[in-house]
Ligand binder design. Structure first.
Ligand SMILES: CC(C)(COP(=O)(O)OP(=O)(O)OC[C@H]1O[C@@H](n2cnc3c(N)ncnc32)[C@H](O)[C@@H]1OP(=O)(O)O)[C@@H](O)C(=O)NCCC(=O)NCCS
Length: 329
């Protein structure tokens, strides 16, 4: 028997420090106009020097637990989706479990970069749907500013820090935002978006640091085209068995670039108002972008306005990985 599963609560946390386009103009050869025109991004956030991913994750999780009315001791599993963990091991989730006092939970990290949160929700939902656990906490968090090269204008303008979290429970306990299904895909391409050093293939040395291999590197044009193509397919595919695009109430995509959102929307021939975007405020926060956007969409009444309709969350990024999950609002 499958137990219907819902998103019972959503939380977010954004560090206070802002990096505006004017700040970036002082670091690399770029301009506010050039950045806005290429990406739609005006500013992004930066974690304080004493904040690690687990700290951001803890704040977002506290908000999600409160929102859900679920106590930390009720959580059976904490999944932290991140490409910027506190350290290679132990998992960042272990620290979050301790910070929150999730006395009955295990915790581990899921590494799938920008697709991480979408994969994490699908993973967590399985434990609720099978009745293995009553409540699962899934977090998307990044401190990407720690691995950005602020001399590379094609990457440093795009990314920022932040965290978002959701609590999954049975639909019986928390009606609304019911999880319907999800999808995870891969189009393997190691080099498109990569941090080459710092792992077993290329441990960090003075040479890797000098070569800039400890920074995030990206083939911008290639990932742009991949994202537009994949995004439109994912939205179409997500709703195919649930009445098609006409049933869609909202799309909350990975917040990568406003031009990518607009291009996908054009391909699908859907109104832009259907696509939630806050990329102007936070840039691309990788695994954190979808849950942050979900919380803000909810706060703005965007879910309430489409009760009974479908909500599609989709993401794509390093790997190249991509996926979606679909909710009934
Ligand atoms: C990176 C990105 C903004 C570059 O914009 P673009 O319009 O595609 O630009 P191109 O890469 O074709 O480069 C065109 C020119 O703009 C320049 N340019 C790129 N970023 C610039 C910036 N911030 N300011 C000024 N000029 C910039 C390039 O250096 C290049 O100059 P050149 O012709 O003198 O060599 C865009 O490709 C992008 O957003 N890609 C998606 C990346 C992404 O989101 N990845 C995350 C995946 S989760």
């Amino acid at each position: 028997m499958t137990i219907p599963c819902s998103i019972a609560g959503i939380g977010k946390y954004l560090p206070d420090d802002r990096i505006t386009n004017a700040d970036l103009e002082k670091m690399v050869e770029t301009s506010d106009e050039g950045i806005v025109q290429r990406t739609g991004i005006s500013e992004r956030r930066r974690a304080a020097p004493d904040q690690a991913s687990s700290d951001l994750a803890t704040e977002a999780s506290r908000m999600a637990l409160e929102d859900a009315g679920v106590g930390p001791e009720e959580i059976g599993l904490v999944i932290v989706c991140t490409a910027t963990p506190d350290q290679a091991f132990p998992a960042t989730a272990v620290q979050v479990v301790e910070n929150l006092g999730c006395s009955n939970a295990s915790g581990w990290d899921l590494s799938a970069a920008c697709s991480g949160f979408v994969f994490g929700v699908q993973t967590g939902a399985q434990f609720v749907r099978t009745g293995t656990m009553g409540a699962v906490l899934v977090i998307g968090v990044e401190c990407l500013t720690r691995i950005l090269d602020y001399t590379d204008r094609t990457t440093c303008i795009l990314f920022g820090d932040g965290a978002g979290a959701v609590v999954l429970t049975s639909t019986e306990r928390s009606p609304g935002l019911e999880y319907l299904h999800g999808f995870m895909g891969a189009a393997p391409d190691r080099e498109a978006i990569i941090r080459r050093a710092g792992g077993s293939r290329l441990p960090t040395t003075a040479e890797t640091i000098a070569a800039g291999d400890d920074f995030l590197r990206m083939e911008g044009r290639k990932t742009f085209k991949f994202a537009v193509r994949t995004f439109a397919n994912l939205v179409e595919q997500s709703v195919a068995e649930y009445g098609g695009l006409n049933e869609l109430g909202i799309v909350v995509p990975h917040q990568m670039n406003q031009r990518i959102i607009e291009a996908a929307c054009e391909r699908l021939d859907l109104p832009i108002g259907l696509f939630y975007s806050n990329v102007a405020k936070y840039g691309n926060t990788s695994a954190a972008s979808v849950p942050i956007a979900m919380r803000e969409a909810r706060d703005e009444g965007r879910f309430d306005a489409v009760k009974g309709k479908l909500a599609c969350m989709c993401a794509f990024g390093s790997g190249l990985g991509f996926g979606h999950f679909l909710l009934r609002v």
